[in-house]
Ligand binder design. Structure first.
Ligand SMILES: [Zn+2]
Length: 212
């Protein structure tokens, strides 16, 4: 069994959504200064690096991370590389690439290859048509290496809302470089924090032993 870590590394250099808080940390206590421990405090937007959006991000009655359905963030997931570089992803982008049943779809694009300190504005995102199709297949999670499930300049966030209406959760800013397409066991659990609008996740894929 092999494990792929599909999380972006979070550091003060990590690019964040324009206008969002950059990540920082400080050493509050220091062993070198005579304290018994090193103690750090972090300053972090929940949307830094690889993360799960919580419904409260785009709806006042949406869930907080501690309320998210954990079972949707673990289980069989399919990594699929698509050719599309920009614009809305449609079901045709995945023709011939999906193995049924489809529980969780992780879309691998060029965005995985940009460094942690660079921001992609012209990233691919799902269309409502793709979301409807995913829901029809019974999928419960959509994971992207793009930083949003809506276009960069979207104001109404229609895809965020439609995913929620259809019972799908989503992960953003996955890092899928070097991961071969195929079936895996995903684990990407949000932290148990209440009141906030999303959570960083440590997303991993475990290879599934071949059935013989
Ligand atoms: Zn987000």
């Amino acid at each position: 069994m092999a494990i792929y870590d599909i999380s972006r590394t979070i550091s003060p250099k990590t690019a964040v959504w324009p206008g969002d808080s950059p990540f920082s940390f400080e050493l509050i206590l220091s062993k070198k200064a005579g304290s018994s421990v090193n103690l750090t405090t972090i300053h972090l937007s929940p949307h830094t690096g690889t993360h799960a959006d919580a419904g409260f991000h785009f709806a006042d009655d949406g869930l907080h991370p501690d309320q998210l359905p954990l079972e949707k963030y673990m289980g069989q997931a399919q990594v699929v590389t698509i050719e599309r570089k920009h614009g809305g992803m449609v079901p045709a982008d995945f023709t011939g690439k999906i193995q049924m049943p489809l529980e969780r779809l992780l879309v691998h694009t060029w965005v995985s290859d940009i460094p942690d300190d660079q921001w992609p504005e012209d990233f691919p995102f799902p269309t409502l048509e793709l979301i409807e199709w995913l829901a029809e297949q019974g999928a419960v999670l959509l994971g992207l290496d793009s930083p949003s499930v809506d276009a960069f300049d979207s104001k109404d966030l229609l895809c965020h809302h439609r995913l929620r209406e259809k019972g799908l959760v989503h992960l953003e800013s996955l890092w899928l470089t070097g991961v071969p397409d195929g079936l895996y066991e995903l684990t990407a659990l949000p932290l148990k924090i209440t009141g906030i609008c999303g959570s960083p996740v440590r997303a991993i894929l475990k290879t599934i032993p071949r059935q013989t």
